[in-house]
Design a protein around this ligand. Structure first.
Ligand code: HEC
Length: 172
């Protein structure tokens, strides 16, 4: 009786514990439910992409450019990864927005197969931190399978809000 109780308690608690660890992102979860000045947000209020008939929102496009300026040397073109750094076009599925921001701001170090690999901290680099949402949005689109490889052929116009934010972030 007691043993049975423990088993059923474990059976109930374990899936809950796994479920709260990190729910994998998907096209459904990443769906835009709100747009503010050309920037899209999912149901939880996290930044996301909007891709319709092959036209990407400005942030996805700009994220593509910024990723290829500052991240692809290690993480590979289109986020496909390299022998040195993980494929963000896949792993971003398992990294929530807040975690993504803190990893990129603070960097990381670990030892893989006996050698140290380094993810630099970009918290002081305006060319990265002023565009962190853009890069996240682009990688999120890649990671849930919404954006193909390569430069997005069609994009929305740059919103005025993006121009204003850029000026204050880069200048401030
Ligand atoms: C000098 C090489 C290098 C550059 C440049 C670089 N990274 Fe990394 N990044 C790494 C390495 C190596 C890791 C794995 C670190 C670890 O596991 O401790 C990593 C890990 C990450 C992770 C965690 C991924 C995971 O699967 O856990 C994220 C997110 C990330 N990088 C984002 C970025 C972004 C965004 C940029 C561009 C602004 C960038 N990185 C530029 C080397 C780099």
């Amino acid at each position: 009786m007691f043993a049975r109780f423990i088993i059923s308690a474990v059976a109930v608690v374990l899936p809950l514990a796994i479920g709260t660890a990190r729910a994998e992102d998907s096209k459904e979860k990443a769906a835009s439910v709100k747009e503010e000045d050309g920037k899209h947000f999912d149901a939880e209020g996290n930044p996301t992409f909007k891709i319709e008939n092959g036209v990407v929102d400005w942030y996805t496009f700009n994220g593509y450019r910024r990723y290829h300026a500052d991240c692809h040397v290690c993480h590979g073109p289109d986020g496909e990864g390299s022998s040195y750094a993980p494929a963000l076009a896949k792993t971003t599925r398992n990294i929530d927005y807040g975690t993504f921001l803190s990893i990129v701001a603070e960097g990381r170090k670990s030892v893989v197969g006996g050698k140290e690999v380094v993810m630099p901290a970009f918290g002081e680099n305006k060319n990265v931190y002023c565009y962190l949402d853009d890069i996240y949005i682009y990688l999120r689109a890649r990671a849930v399978g919404a954006a193909p490889r390569g430069r997005p052929p069609k994009k929305a116009d740059k919103p005025e809000a993006a121009t204003a934010y850029e000026a204050s972030c880069m200048g401030g």
